[in-house]
Design a protein around this ligand. Structure first.
Ligand code: NAD
Ligand code: WQD
Length: 336
């Protein structure tokens, strides 16, 4: 059985589906600070199994001890955490507590229970402002926000744990920009308030919830002047976790890999692709650069392909079609 922390959230829920499809039994632990309990029912439908759900916090050691003592858990996929870069600048302690202290509490409880297989949601944010693209795993790391620093810190803690106790099997997966949703339209990303990220914002413009998109800068040194990112379909990302878990079972040790497509698309490319998907124009205005943004960021995904035999399969159009289907489902009051 696999424990999925943050399994009611965006990436965790899609990974639960992939795990269940591969025959794994799963149990979700989530405190619902950024998700809703009704995801679990939809997840059970998609997984074809009653998904066990515990509402609780990864910082609650006694609860974790009980959870590990009462379930045959062999591995932990750790998605739970806070992820808003801007918010982390204003509330750094909340980020260090949730993301760093939370990971330490979880790892310590695993150690007490002698469970030593761990997959961590890291981020391309650990590369800061890269000197060049594509970005490979040996690029220098740098944090540009407390959120990013919390990811760097947990990556380092995991390296220390792997060094001290080589029997641990640990994956540090650096996600690029996850977008899209499950093709069923039953699960997806449903941010509270004004979306920070591009894709949910564009989807809300398409659905009429917002008037227009602000394009944060068109004077970057990129082909059309707007920011370029490596957008990866969330189902491809979910499948990357399965491949990482298989690798850990085969090889053990400490694995660090990028999960991206290896292709960069600009903000205007994304707007164009979404327009094709939803069949209508997306209104946008060019605005000033967003502080802290970088010009371009995309992965060198060759290590994941070589070590995991994994590569992203879903293209830009599918990302947008699936995101649009999900947005319509939310607008009808169906999801999220
Ligand atoms: P999400 O907010 O949708 O999911 C995280 C889940 O964790 C939520 O359901 C939330 O309720 C839960 N949670 C938060 N703190 C918790 C705690 N202390 N105890 C128990 N549950 C808690 O976010 P997501 O987009 O699915 O991201 C999952 C992970 O991937 C995060 O660690 C995030 O930092 C990382 N990541 C996300 C992105 C991205 O763009 N979405 C990119 C790179 C890395
Ligand atoms: C993408 C592009 C914006 C919104 C963030 C985190 C990163 C990772 C993924 C967790 C940029 C532009 C955006 C808008 C716009 N998360 N944009 N108008 O900034 O690459 O990465 O999410 O680990 O850590 O920093 O993603 O979706 O916010 O922006 O023009 O309203 O879209 O400037 O070029 P980003 P994003």
């Amino acid at each position: 059985m696999i424990l999925v922390t943050g399994g009611a959230g965006y990436i965790g829920s899609h990974t639960c589906v992939a795990l269940a499809q591969a025959g794994h039994e799963i149990i979700v632990l989530d405190n619902l600070c950024n998700s809703r309990a009704d995801v679990v029912g939809r997840l059970s439908r998609l997984c074809g199994q009653e998904v066990r759900f515990v509402q609780g916090d990864i910082r609650d050691g006694p609860m974790l001890d009980k959870l590990f003592a009462t379930h045959p858990i062999s591995a932990v996929l750790h998605f739970a955490g806070l992820k808003a870069v801007g918010e982390s600048v204003n509330e750094p302690l909340a980020y260090y507590d949730n993301n760093v202290n939370g990971a330490v509490q979880l790892l310590d409880a695993m150690r007490r229970a002698r469970i030593k297989t761990f997959v961590f949601s890291s981020s391309a944010t650990v590369y800061g402002d890269p000197a060049s693209v594509p970005i490979s795993e040996d690029f220098p790391r740098a944090a540009t926000s407390p959120y990013g620093r919390s990811k760097l810190m947990v990556e380092d803690i995991l390296a220390d744990v792997a060094h001290a106790e080589p029997e641990w099997r640990i994956a540090r997966l650096r996600y690029f920009n996850p977008v899209g949703a499950h093709e069923s339209g039953l699960i997806g990303e449903n941010p509270q308030g004004v979306p920070n990220n591009l894709m949910p914002y564009v989807a809300q413009v398409a659905s009429g919830q917002r008037e227009y998109l602000n394009v944060w800068g068109n004077d970057y040194p990129t082909p059309d002047g707007t920011g370029v990112r490596d957008y990866i379909h969330v189902v491809d990302l979910a499948e990357g976790h399965l491949a990482a878990l298989d690798y850990l079972h085969r090889q053990g040790g400490l694995l660090t890999v990028n999960l991206g497509t290896g292709r960069g698309f600009s903000v205007l490319d994304m707007v164009g692709a979404f327009e094709r998907a939803c069949g209508q124009a997306i209104a946008y205005k060019i605005a000033a650069r967003r502080p802290g943004d970088i010009a371009a960021c995309w992965a060198d995904p060759s290590r994941a392909q070589e070590l995991l035999g994994w590569q992203a399969k879903r293209g830009l159009d599918q990302m947008c079609v699936d995101a649009w289907r999900w947005q319509q489902s939310i607008s009808r009051g169906g999801g999220g």
